[in-house]
Design a protein. Structure first.
Length: 246
């Protein structure tokens, strides 16, 4: 894909993010957070409310390529596949294949939420982690298996048991803060809070101060990795040491 430059919005970089149709969190937050001169463009993949592994797999099979193709028409500098659960229920090989497929088809760097989290953990030197999520028990368990298969040692965790994808955005910051405190094992190098439709970025700074260790979230890590792949190195304050220092 040949790069096309424009003056005005997005003159430094254009970030493309694919999200499930029920996601109300990632797009508006990313728009507010990116540095000056960077624009965010999103496309959506229809998914029914039920957050089952089968629903994520069907979304990828029937909607994913079309959504990515839509994004390619704005000539983004990077494409991020913004669904943590779709990767964790299908495994590391699926995630690697998806990224390679995007890069080959559209000649642009690609990341996924799960890959961004792993990259962030490596950047922060976190080999042992605790993982908390808003997901159902089934998806939360798949998440633990996914990150363990990637070489991380998972010491602790907690989940909210939400099974409606739209309602993943419902937990208030106070509830997410308590979830992080509850699920973080003291032996962990970092805390991971997953799901791009959860307002986890609102509690990163408070949890890092309380726990004395870095916090990685799906929202923050995906935006961080997309920015870095697009060549944007600006520090962004207010959302933890990953976006601010790395």
């Amino acid at each position: 894909m040949s790069k096309r430059f424009l003056n005005g919005d997005g003159w430094r970089a254009r970030i493309g993010i694919v999200v499930p149709s029920v996601n109300t969190v990632m797009e508006p937050w990313a728009h507010r957070t990116v540095p000056s001169g960077v624009s965010v463009f999103a496309s959506r993949m229809f998914i029914p409310p039920a957050t089952t592994p089968e629903a994520f797999i069907e979304m990828d099979r029937t909607e994913g390529k079309s959504a990515i193709r839509q994004l390619s028409s704005v000539f983004p500098d990077v494409i991020a596949y913004g669904c943590t659960a779709s990767s964790i229920v299908q495994g590391l090989n699926y995630d690697a294949h998806l990224r390679a497929e995007i890069e080959e088809a559209h000649q642009v760097p690609a990341t996924t939420a799960a890959h961004a989290i792993l990259t962030a953990a490596g950047t922060l030197g976190a080999a042992t982690v605790s993982i908390v999520s808003p997901y159902s028990e089934e998806v939360d368990a798949a998440e633990h298996r996914y990150f363990e298969s990637a070489g991380l040692k998972v010491r602790g965790g907690a989940h909210l048991g939400i099974t409606d994808g739209f309602l993943l955005a419902e937990p208030e910051p106070a509830a997410l803060y308590e979830l992080g405190l509850k699920g973080c094992d003291a032996r962990s190098d970092a805390l991971i809070i997953s799901c791009l439709n959860t307002r986890s970025h609102t509690v990163i700074a408070a949890l890092e101060q309380a726990l004395g260790k870095p916090v990685i979230t799906s929202t923050q890590a995906t935006l961080w990795h997309a920015l870095r792949l697009a060549g944007i190195r600006d520090g962004v304050t207010g959302f933890g040491r990953l976006l601010e220092r790395h």
